[in-house]
Design a protein around this ligand. Sequence first.
Ligand code: PMT
Length: 400
Amino acid sequence: MKQLANKQILLGITGSIAAYKACELVRLLRDSGSDVRVVMTQAATEFVSPLTFQALSQNPVHRTLLDETAEAAMGHIELARWADAVVIAPASADSIARLAQGRADDLLGAVCLATPAPVAIAPAMNQQMWLDTATQENIALLQKRGLHILGPATGDQACGDVGPGRMLEPQIIREQIAGLFETGALAGLTVVITAGPTHEPIDPVRFISNYSSGRMGYALAEAVVEAGARCILISGPTHLPIPYKVQRVDVQTAQQMHTAVMEEMSNCNIFIAAAAVADYRPAETSTQKIKKDQQQLRLELVRNPDILQDVTGSHPEVFAVGFAAESGSVEHYATQKLSQKKLRIIIANDISRTDIGFDSPDNEVVVYWQGGSKQLPKASKPQIARQLAAMIADHYNESQ
Ligand code: PMT
């Protein structure tokens, strides 16, 4: 299940006999390529040992809000930020009531309040408890707040009753978790993205380039596909695999990237320029390796085309989104680029920091548009990319 590859799933387990089925769920999620961290309530540990989940998830199990050793160097806020999705399976009637009240006196409750990620619950309880007005009102409240309710199924229950309240089978829960990442916000649209560095050759063995790894652009490609778009990723040289369902066009130089982008523009709705394109290239490329027989070597550089500016100049109908890689006066330069390059949105990152930006797994950005801005706090590039894809979809839809 490709949608779950490289996803960070926080699995909450509460006190229900269905806790044993969560063992299979952990295995299925890991088989799909997800990294799983388990948070257990005290009641859950009465049903299955934390050691079982530690072995299956290959991560420490988190149990207590204020126990430093149990949290194993990851506090509730870090866990909440780490998660791409929080899934509570099984969710007992009590845990649902606590969620509805917004309680934060245990680790799972605190994580659910603190996470920006989608939260899904798979209820598991006796059919009478499920049908009780209190539970139904709690479920309606959680749904209204945007939580995803997975199931429950109807059938034989551990207590001998028959009816609604059985936890969904792990296989079905896995499919529904995968569905959380498919928002459909960009369905039917074609999004062209540039990513990575460009290599500007000096001679057959040397080139001018920069530290871009391509991670930000590739994460965006994954995010727009999850949002339902067709994505063409025009990529400079990177070591990254082609993301699922993405059509990748490989280029080396800024000029090649320019040509490849322009070829796609007549059929493009949204263009996102995440590549770190070399602004200059050697005026001449030597066909032979340059020998080190001179004390000084002067390279003459000429300007490369500005791909983004050429897109907005020749295709004003395309919704153009740029990045601004700045090392100071971030807001000033980013908003200047927003208007100079006639962009709908610009995403600014501070590349003077070593913990975000170039070649880092994380980023922290400020998104600017005419008349507004929004800060996205530090998070993994895939998490930032999903937030950006949602914002771009909103702005695009408003503009139509
Ligand atoms: O690849 P990673 O390691 O994940 O790092 C991500 C990143 C830091 C490269 C990315 O987040 C980022 O900031 N990309 C834009 C880098 C950049 O070139 O910024 P700029 O401020 O110099 O350019 C402004 C915009 O014009 C960018 O959208 C850029 O893609 C575009 N541009 C620039 C020059 C040029 N010749 N053609 C362009 O299209």
